[in-house]
Design a protein around this ligand. Structure first.
Ligand code: ADP
Ligand code: MG
Length: 601
């Protein structure tokens, strides 16, 4: 074709220049545009005339202008052909300030005797591959930002507000909602949302039944996409969703250790087909949320544990000292009762009796405090829990109000656990009585036991044999959050004075801990409460409980029995010695365990 072209006949080049699909700019040595084609005007948002005369620096985003000037100076010193695709993706600034991703090829015309450089510029943001990469980069950026927030967060509510915002922004959807299960999967709560449309607000409860969109997603293990709600047949689409003009949707279930606990749902008015990138984004966000929620809740549990721990140490110390005082008082009272001067005086006898009864009540109280602070004397043995539950529920059926139904459920091969059986019985009784108090109009009390590990934060030292979970659930009025937080504290009660002592759950807590197990409390206001005791399983070698009661009663103490008494409190030591001597024992006393060892030998 070159043979057809005549010297000076440049109309074909002009036409070629004008018709070329890439943007072409001819730039002089000072960086001034001398020629631009319509594709350049189009790409950069100028008219062709506006581009001629413009400095190329105008087309560079402000942030990279200095480095661009340096680059241009270097290029001017040693110009060379630079083809497309060799350079990183560059950014050009359009007239309206927006930025466009481009590839640029440079061809110096110096060798052809012209002091110009031709820049061929191709906008690449419209290539599918590039668009996808850009999209992915944007999603990663959003996730990274959300991740930073999640790592720092102590506040689940804030996280629940932020997550839907991130979803709406990243996926460019009109509605994004997070549903969480509180009690069971059939009952969801809107934990956060943007663009909430169908008459809902954060905090509202909604159904999680399988026929609802959120219930359907909850029952899935994989993400769900809805191209068009009008064609949906897997679940019933609520009318308000149509009224809001929503057309397409995408959702993922939130899963905590394979248990569905919620749903993230996003909907758009525009008809969309959500693809792999969107699903992956939503799944990553859901995972991030779940890990953060788990972390926050185990931190809360831990700090709650520590708080109870320190209350326990405090009350334990007080109870121990108080117990010593009571021992001295009651011991002296008993000795006085037998004194001849008093034995013959009816009034004094009466007064002594009242004082003794008061000390007994005091002793009961301190024993509960000692139980809470894990200092009660426990006699652990193998327990056949189903049998214990059968006998306990039998007793409860006879004594509780007829309006309270009692159910028991356990797996057929329930292994034995290791605990003090009478304390376990009294713990379950305590829990049952609380349940009764929470169901003044009747309800159902369900006992169950199964193999299950307690939540991580509750495991003091990992029991290699595993745990038995004994649960007591009621359908009573439940507890508000403030009560749930404090229910295990000694003396915390919401009951009228005379009805509650606030020592029920605290002793159960201490018992569970001292038995190397744990206890959890789940409660929803208006729905009910479930208390679960975790007790270590009995090892093969653990002996059966010993029925023979060989404790010594005063009547069976053989005269002249030699007793080694170890007690650090002087007054307690004195009164116990006197007491033992009255039983005709031969008493040797010492202060500490160390002192006692040589004496024993
Ligand atoms: P008390 O029963 O003497 O009040 P507890 O330590 O047994 O003391 O319980 C502390 C508080 O926890 C109760 O006052 C009550 O507010 C709450 N509580 C315990 N169990 C339940 C339950 N099953 N349902 C509702 N609230 C309960
Ligand atoms: Mg109670």
């Amino acid at each position: 074709m070159s043979s057809c072209l005549q010297e000076g006949d440049d109309s074909i080049f002009r036409t070629l220049f004008a018709a070329y699909p890439d943007a072409l700019l001819v730039v002089d040595a000072s960086g001034c545009i001398v020629l631009a084609n319509p594709a350049a005007a189009d790409l950069l948002g100028y008219a062709v005339e506006q581009l001629t005369g413009l400095g190329v620096d105008e087309l560079v985003p402000d942030a990279i202008r200095p480095s661009h000037a340096a680059y241009r100076a270097a290029y001017a010193r040693a110009p060379r052909v630079r083809p497309m695709g060799t350079q990183m993706e560059l950014v050009a600034k359009r007239r309206d300030g927006s930025e466009v991703l481009v590839e640029i090829a440079l061809s110096p015309l110096k060798e052809h005797g012209l002091p110009y450089t031709v820049a061929a510029i191709r906008g690449i943001a419209t290539y599918p591959r590039v668009r996808q990469a850009l999209q992915r980069a944007r999603y990663s950026e959003q996730l990274a930002q959300f991740g930073r927030l999640a790592v720092d967060s102590r506040d689940t509510d804030a996280l629940m507000q932020e997550a839907p915002r991130v979803v709406a922004e990243a996926l460019e959807v009109d509605v994004a909602v997070i549903y969480l299960c509180d009690a069971g999967v059939s009952d969801l709560r809107i934990a956060g949302g943007v663009g909430l449309l169908w008459g809902d607000a954060v905090g509202d409860r909604v159904s999680g039944a399988p026929g609802t969109p959120q219930g359907f997603v909850l029952a899935q293990t994989d993400p769900v996409t809805i191209d068009d709600f009008r064609l949906e047949s897997r679940f019933q689409v609520p009318q308000p969703l149509f009224n809001a003009g929503l057309t397409s949707g995408v959702a993922v279930p939130l899963v905590d250790r394979r248990r569905p606990v919620g749903v993230v749902f996003a909907c758009s008015r525009a008809q969309r087909t959500f693809g792999d990138e969107e699903l992956r984004f939503l799944e990553s966000l859901a995972n991030l949320m779940m890990t953060t929620l788990q972390r926050i809740s185990s931190e809360e549990q831990l700090s709650h544990q520590r708080q109870l721990e320190s209350i326990g140490q405090l009350t334990g110390g007080i109870a121990h000292d108080f117990n010593n005082l009571l021992t001295v008082i009651s011991g002296n009272l008993q000795v006085m009762e037998d004194a001849p001067a008093i034995a013959s005086d009816a009034l004094l006898q009466q007064m002594l009796g009242a004082a003794a009864r008061a000390t007994t009540r005091g002793a009961e109280l301190t024993s509960k405090l000692l139980a809470f602070s894990r200092r009660q004397v426990l006699q652990p043995s193998r327990i056949d829990t189903p049998a214990l539950l059968q006998s306990l529920t039998g007793m409860l059926r006879r004594t509780l109000d007829q309006h309270i139904g009692i159910e028991v459920e356990f797996s057929p091969h329930c292994p034995d656990c290791l605990a003090d059986s009478s304390q376990l019985e009294s713990a379950l009784l305590n829990i049952a009585i609380n349940a009764r108090d929470a169901m003044p109009d009747g309800g159902t009390l369900s006992f169950g036991c199964r193999l299950a590990n307690p939540p991580e934060a509750l495991r003091a030292d990992l029991n290699p044999t595993g745990y038995l979970a004994i649960s007591v659930a009621d359908t009573g009025f439940g507890m508000p959050e403030e009560v749930k937080q404090r229910a295990f504290e000694p003396f915390f009660t919401t009951k009228k004075s005379g009805r509650g002592t606030g020592l029920g759950l605290s002793t159960v807590y201490g018992f569970a801990k001292q038995s190397r197990g744990g206890i959890t409390l789940e409660s929803t206001e208006g729905k009910g409460t479930t208390v679960t005791l975790y007790l270590p399983l009995a090892q093969e070698a653990t002996p059966q409980p010993d029925d023979a009661d060989d404790s010594l009663t005063p009547d069976h103490v053989p005269p002249g029995l030699r007793v080694l008494l170890v007690e650090d409190d002087v007054e307690v030591r004195a009164i116990v010695t006197r007491f033992l001597e009255s039983l005709r024992c031969k008493v040797t006393t010492c202060m500490t365990a160390e002192q006692s060892l040589p004496l024993l030998a």
